[in-house]
Design a protein around this ligand. Structure first.
Ligand code: HAM
Length: 407
């Protein structure tokens, strides 16, 4: 019986893995331009971390965690998301006590035991950023601009949706009003009845069409924001307008994780089908304190890499590097030597098996090499290389020293 990857988990092979790497490089560069630094946290964390942060009412904690007891009897979880881990690390390393602003980015696998479908996996990858210590709404705007910058670098088509989820002043009274509304509708789905008890605002993004039609009439959080939240949400919109960022306000955007306050946003794409969010994030000013740290404002987002890769329309791969081949076995030692030297700067694919010139050129083309560099008995004797530029379609013989300079 052949062994296959687990359901909902997949390998990333070339050519997709090439785009994956390019995405990580570009996104890391963009995040660094905004002052973020790389952080790496373990894939396994204590279960309590996600129960307390992502929240008991969330689907993630309620039904999707890869949770088990390890050999030491510890209750552990394969991380379903990155924010909680970064917050845990931030507190553990006493950065909350140190004060100031700390910005981190990360990427890697996340695990959620969901029902697999297009764009939804059990192991998937996120690129995320988290900013700590900056209460200014300019940081929310900067974070959204960074996400946009990354998506724009890959020419992704999206709609940006934003909302405000209020704060500890205005959310509880609104929640009470919403619960009263929900209690007058016993025909909502069973999931919503569960959410009504645990976290009523999560009902608003229920996908059930009947619930959706009921919630059209529900009291709106945006009408219940306190003055400060209203002001901040207005300023965020003004900043996005200033920077030429198009967005829509979605009053039902509540996000699937419980830790958000004020700004919440998602980048969605119609090209993705049912799982249409390519990135999501927002402010979570209470989470550091909730996890035992000093109260610290924070804001961040994560991009779903698989969904993003689905949207990238890779232009035909650019020709790159050198293909080297020999016509006679006696030229292989020299070719091996030259390839090792050139690899300090350039990509070189060396074919060990002697072949005809025609066969080598075919191989070079198949590997998308920019140059084919061939050595036969004649070149060996003269100290030259036969070189074809597969982009310019030109060919010539050059000295070995010139060849080594070529990039
Ligand atoms: P999230 O919305 O749960 O937020 O996930 C962020 C992104 O990860 C989604 O927009 C989606 O593209 C991708 N994603 C989520 N689940 C799956 C899945 N099963 N298969 C494939 N892709 C998936 C968070 O995780 C927050 N930690 C984001 C954040 C950072 N908020 C503040 N800071």
């Amino acid at each position: 019986m052949s062994i296959k990857a687990l359901r909902g988990m997949k390998d990333i092979l070339p050519p997709l893995s090439r785009t994956y790497l390019r995405f990580i490089q570009e996104a890391s560069k963009a995040a660094q331009n905004y002052g973020f630094e790389y952080i790496e946290t373990p894939l396994l964390e204590e279960t309590a971390l996600f129960r307390r942060s992502v929240g008991e009412s969330s689907d993630i904690v309620g039904k999707e965690m890869y949770q088990f007891i390890d050999k030491g009897g510890n209750d552990v979880v394969l991380r379903p998301e990155g924010t909680a881990s970064v917050v845990r690390s931030f507190i553990e390393h006493k950065l909350d006590k140190k004060g100031g602003v700390h910005r981190f980015f990360y990427y890697g696998p996340m695990f959620r035991y969901e029902r697999p479908q297009k764009g939804r996996f059990r192991q998937f990858h996120q690129f995320g950023v988290e900013s700590f210590g900056e209460p200014s709404v300019y940081e929310d705007a900067a974070i959204i601009l960074l996400a946009k910058e990354i998506l724009d670098r890959f020419h992704i088509d999206y709609t940006l949706k934003i909302n405000s989820l209020g704060c500890p002043q205005c959310l509880p009274p609104y929640r009470q009003t919403l619960v009263e509304f929900l209690q007058s509708h016993e025909d909502i789905c069973e999931d919503c009845k569960r959410r009504r008890k645990l976290n009523p605002i999560r009902t608003l993004d229920c996908k059930n069409p009947h619930c959706q039609s009921i919630y059209q009439e529900a009291p709106k959080l945006l009408d219940h924001l306190c003055d400060a939240c209203q002001r901040e949400f207005g300023k965020l919109q003004e900043l996005l307008h200033r920077e030429g960022v198009d967005f829509t306000i979605d009053e039902h955007l509540v996000r699937g994780l419980d830790y958000y306050t004020r700004t919440a946003f998602e980048f969605v794409s119609t090209a993705l089908g049912a799982q249409n969010a390519v990135a999501g994030g927002g402010r979570y000013d209470n989470l550091v304190e909730l996890l035992g740290g000093k109260p610290t404002p924070a804001v961040g987002f994560a991009i779903g890499i698989e969904r993003l890769l689905d949207l990238i329309d890779e232009e035909a791969a650019k020709r790159e590097g050198f293909y080297m081949g020999v016509l006679d076995l006696q030229a292989l030692d020299l070719a091996f030597d030259l390839a090792s030297k050139k690899r300090k700067k350039s990509k070189v694919l060396l074919q060990y098996k002697p072949k005809s010139l025609k066969a080598h050129l075919k191989s070079a083309d198949r590997h998308n090499a920019r140059y084919a560099a061939i050595i036969g008995a004649e070149e060996l004797q003269k100290g030259t290389i036969w070189l074809k530029d597969l982009e310019q379609k030109s060919e010539r013989s050059i000295d070995i020293s010139r060849f080594l300079e070529l990039e």
